[in-house]
Design a protein around this ligand. Sequence first.
Ligand code: BES
Ligand code: MN
Ligand code: ZN
Length: 498
Amino acid sequence: MEFKAIVDVKAREAADCAVVGIYEQGDLGAGARLIDTQTGGMIANLHNSGDFAGKLGDALLLSLPAGAAAARVLLIGLGAKSTFARKQFRKALQAAAASLSKTGAVHAVVYLTLEDVADLDVPYRARMVAEVFSVHAYKVPDLKTSPKPKPPKLAMISVAVENARAAKAAEEGLRIGVGVGSGITLARDLANLPPNVCTPTYLGKRALQLAKQWPSIKAKVHDESAIRNLKMGALLAVAQGSDQPPRLIVCEYRGTRKSVAPICLVGKGITFDSGGISLKDPPAMDEMKFDMSGAATVLGAMRTVAELRLPINLVVIVAAAENMPSGGAVKPADIVTTMSGQTVEILNTDAEGRLVLCDALTYSRRFKPAAVIDVATLTGACIIALGNHFSGLMSNDTALSDELTAAGNRADDRAWPMPIGEEYVEQLKSNFADIANVGGREGGACTAASFLWKFAKDLHWAHLDVAGTAWLSGSQKGSTGRPVPLLVDFLVHRAAAK
Ligand code: BES
Ligand code: MN
Ligand code: ZN
């Protein structure tokens, strides 16, 4: 799908569908006003007769007579004008994307970007258009044998803007939106794959493919013996119960001078989490194929960064393993030595994410990173705390935490700060090793993050617990691609600050 910004009225009229908004009180949006004039009051009549009330997210497709701005118009309800803001704008766009995909329109011009959206400037409006339409076009890579439905005809989306300056800003927003869409797509594709396909080895291959596609990315995949040489005892312990060997995947993106310290993104890449010897209950165990969502999203963010050619340096580290029970599996009470030298008593083999991550965090030090952000579907406790709306955000650096919170707000991919500290580390006390890998039920998301904190000392570090946000359950089951939008927004702002 292609996106562009158009100022010129004649050029807009070349599209075969105009997407226009109507507010609940009958106020016509900019595009609706235009068509209303061209059709002798048709749109206002529709509202006055009660045929289209302008309820947020409602959609109505109409053919237009010759001479109007387009062959069709898609009316989108915008709700009350006084409350029209970011959320409502997104909902309106989602409604437009859903309706348009069922029409024969090939080129649609979206007039909604001309509306006043209280908390959204022109580039972000454009960005949201590109993101929403790209995400809507996403198809799960399914293995269904039934014939695939025909793909929609829609190939070009234009956004209407006021003037040349706005067009320039919108074009940049569209470019970022397309990039975000592409990162989300990669993340979702990887996370949605079944775990018999998406193994640690497979993730490594996909990273090498990314590097092949983008000369700005270098990838290196460390196999089991290399991981042993690195003395990553915690990552190895998680992997030892599985027939699938672990991988440490390292991608380096160079977008600026070598001397500029990189941002490091670290992803939890458990391609299936059975719990190991501390086996999980059967209900919803299938969802533990998503336990590599952190890895999928950091790889997705890297793809976006390469596509956008951001002037930053970025390192992506994925600790990939499968957590399985077997005769050789790690057991509760086993003690392992991590790459940092600290010893860990593994009291629960289902708390494996922090084990693979602590070694990856230690590994990140060799890049002398400006900041390290790990992304992990780390705890069920985080879902209990925040539900599916916010990712948990823990950090030892207030400025970094604020930066990530702001990025999440702007990108509509929000995170909420949660505490870490010695109080929680106290819960992780072990009688036999430096630290235990679990600290009881209370504050489970915070003890997990505080465990990681012990390995992130002196780093500018933040942790995103995405257990509640990375995928949807139920009939909508599948990966969401979160927090790719947050990560990309953060990186785009870091790039601009230079
Ligand atoms: N991958 C899970 C976390 C998880 C659980 C994500 C449910 C989404 C839904 C993680 O490895 C895990 O099993 N965590 C345990 C930790 C506990 C043993 C301290 C949990 O949250 O139950
Ligand atoms: Mn687990
Ligand atoms: Zn897990």
